[in-house]
Write a protein that binds this ligand. Structure first.
Ligand SMILES: [Zn+2]
Length: 174
């Protein structure tokens, strides 16, 4: 039941609404990125996995209002990007990686690997923020468990090739 509830809560929110801040190619890229993230996070197999993880970790989903995929990157004051956050309203917000970064990945990897990066980043972010519901400010524990659960899921689906492993290392490097 829990996994059904979760999948209904995942929706795509375009934020900020001022599209004119972005060039046409940026808007195109981030729209596509959000669609890939949405498809990944609402995938029934992944939803079932999240349900299992939340039961196992005893995460109380009642405090979770919803999960929102923001189409545009979040910029912190210091210029660093943000993958996601769990706010006081009980919303989990998931942000994309910047276009410039993904372009660099495309120089080094195949297109398929870049898709893999986008997918696992979205999954890792949702797992990470769900774990924060229980472990609140214990960032170290949340990171350790995020890696553990993402590994369980990707191994289970037999997703990991050599370049996928390199992608995972990029994802988890500080
Ligand atoms: Zn965190």
């Amino acid at each position: 039941m829990q996994e059904q509830r979760l999948s209904k809560e995942i929706r795509v929110t375009v934020f900020p609404p001022k599209l004119e801040e972005f060039s046409e190619s940026q808007a195109k890229f981030y729209t596509k990125y959000a669609a890939v993230a949405f498809k990944t996070l609402t995938n029934p197999l992944f939803q079932r996995f999240l349900g299992w993880m939340m039961l196992r970790e005893n995460i109380d989903a009642h405090t979770l209002a919803d999960v929102q995929i923001r189409a545009f990157p979040f910029r912190k004051e210091n210029g660093n990007g943000l993958a996601g956050r769990f706010n006081k309203k009980g919303e989990i917000l998931i942000y994309p990686k910047r276009l410039e970064f993904c372009r660099k990945l495309m120089d080094e990897f195949e297109r398929e690997n870049v898709y893999f990066y986008i997918k696992v980043r979205a999954m890792a972010t949702l797992i990470h923020e769900l774990l924060h519901i229980k472990y609140s400010h214990d960032e170290e524990e949340v990171r350790r468990l995020t890696r553990k659960y993402l590994n369980i899921f990707t191994h289970h689906k037999n997703l990991q090739s050599m370049s996928d492993k390199r992608i995972l290392n990029i994802l988890f490097s500080p």
